[in-house]
Design a protein around this ligand. Structure first.
Ligand SMILES: [Ca+2]
Length: 377
């Protein structure tokens, strides 16, 4: 399926130096099943895809410049099976270095140094940046709930150039599919990146970019590539389609937004649309002078809570009918470059756009808007 791409602008987003703790967005951190943290009559929790990647534009590079440097992608397997291939996001900065990549077991948080079942393979990197998918030399038995490491290390001495492994800028970036509750972020407390300096492993507190593929076709991992903006103007409305896993009431909505350049002519508005495309709530999301070309979170409180039902399809969208394409608003999302069904919310949740003022909607399953909802039971 080819998604409408007219509204998508792929731009290199400027790097913001500001460091923002992801946890600051979690008002009443949901527990694993998304019921919220409290036990009172009304429990507030946050659902959505509240990554702040867009606000940092967030990638970082782990370098392998000398034969003794290594990188580890640590994760907790959620699937039991035989891993047969993997994908990692790597490139050559200089030359055409050859690295060894494969899966190792865990020893108190560190790679145990053993390629399970001699699975590792050699990969020559080049200056094309992107996912490198490789078949493992042998199948690796993976047990759900156990921690594993994808290790990348130099495979030659001297190294013919320098290699980089892309990772996210901080913890919590992107969000793999959460099979326990697709509405909320995946709580893999072990997920991280480690770098070996030549002397010892150091945990970097950054989230990895990777995919593991099993012999039965199942996959898991973080398949995101980059944050990208969608334009909002005229009859082009953009937002997120989602199917709640349980009944709840929305009290606040938030998106990561900016302006394209100069102040738009019109305000930015929101709508919440129901299963029959009926408008359940609407209002002003931001004033024209409120936003700049720098991304930021905007959050608005709804005049009254909007009740949603589990299993029904809803859309929360932004619009600005009186604004032009030249001075449009931008809404940010994350795109997948490998497998959209193992990213945030699977295909229950997707970015959505309309090009006719909300009459018809196209759900783009290869991306999710960066958004969060504060909900109560
Ligand atoms: Ca999704």
């Amino acid at each position: 399926m080819k998604n409408p791409r007219a509204a998508l602008i792929l731009v290199a987003v400027a790097i913001l130096a500001a460091s923002i703790a992801g946890a600051v967005f979690l008002l009443g951190q949901p527990n694993n099943d998304g019921n919220g943290g409290g036990s009172g009559n009304q429990t507030l929790s946050v659902v959505g895809f509240p990554v702040d990647a867009g606000l940092h534009n967030g990638k970082d590079v782990m370098w392998i410049r000398t034969p003794d440097q290594k990188v580890s992608i640590r994760f907790t397997a959620r699937i039991s099976g035989t891993a047969s291939s993997l994908a990692f996001y790597a490139f050559a900065y200089e030359g055409q270095p050859t690295v060894r990549v494969g899966i190792q077991g865990d020893s108190e948080g560190l790679p145990d140094g053993e390629w399970i079942n001699d699975n590792s393979v050699l990969v020559q990197l080049n200056q094309i940046t992107g996912f490198r998918a490789v078949d493992l030399a042998s199948g690796v038995q993976i047990q759900s709930g156990e921690e594993y490491h994808i290790v990348v290390e130099a495979a030659e001495d001297p190294l013919n150039g320098s290699a980089g492994v892309f990772v996210y800028y901080a913890n919590g970036f992107g969000q793999p599919f959460n099979p326990i509750n697709p509405d909320i972020i995946w709580n893999d407390t072990a997920m991280s990146v480690l770098a070996h300096s030549g002397q010892s492993w150091v945990e970097k507190n950054k989230w990895p970019i990777f995919v593991i593929k099993y012999t039965n076709g199942a996959m898991e991992g973080q398949p995101y590539s980059l944050a990208a903006p969608w334009v909002v103007w005229g009859d082009t409305y953009v937002g997120q389609t989602f199917v709640p896993t349980k009944d709840y009431k929305i009290t606040k909505i938030a998106f990561d937004v900016s302006t394209k350049q100069a102040a738009p002519q019109d305000k930015l508005y929101y709508q919440i649309r129901g299963p029959n495309n009926q408008i359940l709530a609407n209002g002003v999301f931001a004033e024209p002078g409120q936003l700049t070309a720098w991304q930021c979170w905007v959050e608005v409180e709804l005049p009254s809570p909007v009740a949603l039902k589990a299993g029904e399809t809803y859309r929360i969208v932004l619009l600005s009918p009186g604004s032009s394409l030249e001075n449009a608003y931008l809404l940010y999302g994350h795109e997948f470059c490998y497998n959209s069904s193992i990213g945030y919310g699977g295909h229950r949740h997707a970015i959505t756009s309309s090009f006719d003022g909300g009459e018809r909607w196209a759900d783009n399953y290869d991306a999710d808007a960066i958004f969060r909802l504060t909900v109560s039971n």
